[in-house]
Design a protein around this ligand. Sequence first.
Ligand code: ADP
Length: 510
Amino acid sequence: MAASVSASSRVASRRHMGSVDAGAAMEKIRAAGLLRTRGLIGGKWVDAYDGKTIEVQNPATGEVLANVACMGNRETADAITSANTTFYTWSKLTASERSKALRKWHDLLMSHKEELALLMTLEQGKPMKEALGEVNYGASFIEFFAEEAKRVYGDIIPPTLADRRLLVLKQPIGVVGAITPWNFPLAMITRKVGPALACGCTVVVKPSEFTPLTALAAADLALQAGIPAGALNVVMGNAPEIGDELMQSTQVRKITFTGSTAVGKKLMAGSANTVKKVSLELGGNAPCIVFDDADIDVAVKGSLAAKFRNSGQTCVCANRILVQEGIYEKFASAFVKAVQSLQVGNGLEESTSQGPLINEAAVQKVEKFVGDATSKGANIMLGGKRHSLGMSFYEPTVVGNVSNDMLLFSEEVFGPVAPLIPFKTEEEAIHLANDTNAGLAAYMFTKNIARSWRVSEALEYGLVGVNEGLISTEVAPFGGVKQSGLGREGSKYGMDDYLEIKYVCMGNLG
Ligand code: ADP
């Protein structure tokens, strides 16, 4: 009895501390002028036309942080018109002028690092350390593409007839609709908006309804940086209505989306009618292969980072940890020990390394996957249930002896559950790794250089981490194969998706 009283009072005091901090955090954000709750259309902050709002909640406490405008097709139509009008001026600026505005936006994002990170922790739940990391990562796309703006080169092709000159121009595609998820409330926006604006496109962003506050604060800073009214618009609320309006519009020339595979397929189908260019970053089912010849410390550290970042809620999270049988026991016990050291709590608390899941539905999905695995013979090595903190907290979990007939193998769990899957040979590992419709990220741990080349080339994935679990950077291309998506974001390749190639033939030059 005494033990249970002290456990519950500990939970209460943690919650209390979290909510006190949350109040101070909100005050700080408000004082910086970054608590925006209306949409942004044509440089003006506007309410939903029918006055509707939706609540944004803190997943760690259930507290309502703000009520934001709940918009739909009419607001989206106006945002598209505004983006379309602005396209004709923004795209005519010199690359250097666009670059300067983007650079300034980057600097403002960085100088408001703390407020943006607090907003992310409050509305998404990720620990402050990760939120601060996301501000760096998110801002890095704006800096990188401010630089790339100046490097959109065309070509001159040797002509086939003497009196002709053949030129290739690269031109901005036009108005872009960008639909983004909640797990990276800032970076998924900047990774799209950065190259779009750099190329001369204008954008209508629809952030996730779970995390609109970070998006709106970032948009406020874009305005302050001198990104012109109408170049960047933000609408949120009724996702299918907003999505339909973006897809139906003939002015919107491109849809860029990060989110679930199911919604991505809908957007791809919906874009067919107006033949829009489509970039999709969809779900993954990342294998993380630990070979017998791996450095065990490197493998544990790397797979821990790849699995438990953002409490397992990223599309590049290690979803299946394949472990060769000679190292299985040793790796499993070292891995369980490492997972045990993860601290679950409110992301505002400094000691927290694992925040809550985004909502109750996410926890129920995790419970379903774990239940399915245990009913088919897998064993819980650690965790396996909701955390005593309540809300949507789930215990960091390790499940042993997972096999390919279980949901934990075939689908993305999107939570803090690490399934360990034993294998015998390299061929078997490659087969298991590729035995999925997804193809975003894959990881492997080995000290054998020849194997690292062989397996990297055999993996049907867009990204491969060798002896490293955190591989995303603004300078490298990010994107998937198979049903994980189309197109690449970040890096010099990230510009291509926002550009059209135009061939100009100059004839009769005498
Ligand atoms: P997740 O499961 O990660 O939340 P979703 O694909 O549901 O992924 O959400 C990603 C983004 O897609 C969010 O901004 C969400 O509001 C938006 N979205 C969801 N359904 C639709 C839809 N029918 N049309 C357009 N956008 C949508």
